[in-house]
Design a protein. Sequence first.
Length: 243
Amino acid sequence: MRIQVINPNTSQAMTHKIGLAAQAVARAGTEILACCPEHGPESIEGHFDEAIAAVGVLEEMAKGVQQGCDAHIIACFGDPGLLAARELASGPVIGIAEAGFHLASLVATRFAVITTLGRTRIIAEHLLQRYGMSELCTSVRCMEIPVLALEHCDDDLIERIATEGRRARDEEGAGAIVLGCGGMADLREVLSERIGLPVIEGVSAAVKLAESLVELGLGTSKHGDLAYPLGKRYTGRFAHLSR
């Protein structure tokens, strides 16, 4: 099985970290292809960044389809371009926020999200609504740290995240924690130990969901709005996307 893992920002260091985290949980016969766009924002921290990054996601998706990937993962917690990406693929396409929320709902009746900047809280809240998970989430806790600070986490930063998790546990009754950034892909085990709760990290969650869907023979429905894009000509800088 071949799973493409797309980091929608252009950070090579974060792409490497995400790829290692994905491969660490993958089954023996699963090949992980981690990639990121050549053009776009170096980090995704708002609606503007997401809109630009979505084009890069679709370009990488098209490459993954041509390479024969069985499934695809969008490794940014905003799930940028998710539905558009599903139009391009017949295999499963999973966003890490989507995966994290769903797995958390299977191991706890309430969960909290810990993410990066406060300005991204509403993006996470919108996704909770979209995926029908708002009533299960006790809070979206923001660390006020830039995404790129997660490229190299020291113990102080890990402990700050753990402190927020313990507060969600003790003050709100959260039974699980969802990590709200692809840059936290390597922190699942250490944070679970420090917080004392199940900690769900979206990259690893998405890999296991993708493997299960492929093995069950379940791909993206090509009926209705997720049918392949209509063939048409694109102009200017998007001419290469013409079908």
